[in-house]
Design a protein around this ligand. Structure first.
Ligand code: ATP
Length: 314
């Protein structure tokens, strides 16, 4: 049995030469990008057992993704290969540290063909948590059905659902996204929106107001960037301060790291503020490192960070 099961699209990411327009870049570095696999890898490094799956194209990109995630120790046994569509890829162009453009080639990708029939009920039923993002339902109608089928399975078997909205308005319109994401939030046991996402979903302004919009029965944790996070569960609520980061190298992936840290804390039966603190710590470590998964700490690194035993930079 697994601690956490998650699924969604992971793509191969090609980054052009630093400060060079893509048109004139000769060299591209190859990495992977996917919110759910980031969380899976983050949790696995922290010592939990995690399953991640997707539909992959029967091509070198799909095999690269599969091997990389499996290489982290994540269970990928439920991944499915298809000949019907290619693995999604995307390109990142760093024109300057503040001008970063992303070009997606993911329409009609293999992952967008995921459908309810691809879910292994027993596999999900045995997990303690099912982690879902708001990206998956944006990929296609069949992906949307798969997400809600997975939620039904989780409910039936008392698996806790963690929902990270990850709003991507490049993938769908506001009118399409809002009701679907609100429905996912309503079904979830744990919701992890960023402040802007919370405002957008709840139509309210402060962390307190947003949390109360989602109701008392669920754990709502609102990410506040460098400030940390605000949580609310029933009558329990409060702010948990973030950690000071000497230099933000790459802000992308902080939210996924945060999710991994929080779920890890919950799996360890920590109190809510302790679990949030763990999320803050992983988020802070991730923004200090380039790449989405490269900076995700292992258990020892995280403990060291939490205890403040930071080695001096040489
Ligand atoms: P993403 O860019 O990955 O989508 P997000 O918008 O979901 O991130 P953020 O609030 O930016 O979420 O970051 C998630 C968590 O990471 C924060 O709640 C905080 O704990 C930590 N974090 C992010 N940025 C910083 C920072 N500059 N300094 C310290 N901690 C940070």
């Amino acid at each position: 049995t697994l601690d956490v099961v998650t699924f969604g699209e992971t793509m191969v990411l090609f980054t052009s030469e630093a400060m060079t327009p893509i048109e004139y870049s000769h060299n591209f570095s190859k990495q992977i990008g996917g919110a759910e696999s980031n969380v899976a890898i983050g949790l696995q490094r922290l010592g939990h057992s995690v399953g991640w799956f997707s539909k992959l194209g029967n091509d070198p990109f799909g095999r690269y993704i599969h091997k990389l995630i499996r290489g982290e120790g994540v269970d990928t046994s439920r991944c499915i290969y298809t000949d019907e569509a290619p693995t999604g890829i995307f390109f990142k162009e760093n024109r300057s540290p503040t001008n970063i453009k992303v070009y997606y080639y993911r329409q009609h990708s293999a992952a967008s063909l995921l459908s309810p029939g691809d879910l292994d009920e027993e596999y999900i039923a045995c997990a303690k948590f099912l982690h879902l993002t708001g990206i998956t339902p944006a990929l296609s109608p069949s992906c949307r059905e798969a997400v809600f089928k997975a939620i039904d399975i989780a409910k039936l078997h008392k698996v806790k659902v963690v929902f990270d909205p990850n709003i991507r308005l490049k993938l769908w319109t506001v009118e399409e996204a809002r009701p679907v994401l609100l429905e996912m939030a309503a079904e979830a046991d744990v919701i992890l929106p960023g402040l802007d996402e919370g405002k957008w979903l709840a139509g309210r302004n402060t962390p307190e107001e947003i949390a109360s919009f989602f109701g008392n029965e669920k754990l709502v944790i609102i990410k506040l960037g460098e400030q940390g996070a605000y949580y609310r569960f029933g009558n329990e609520h409060g702010y948990v301060k973030g950690f000071a980061v000497p230099q933000v190298v790459d802000p992308v992936g902080a939210g996924d790291g945060f999710a991994a840290g929080v779920i890890s804390g919950l799996l360890r039966n920590e109190s809510i503020p302790e679990a949030v603190r763990r999320g803050n710590a992983v988020g802070a470590i991730v923004v200090g490192t380039n790449g989405d998964v490269e900076g995700l700490p292992n258990k020892e690194e995280l403990e060291e960070f939490l205890q403040g035993v930071r080695h001096a930079d040489v």
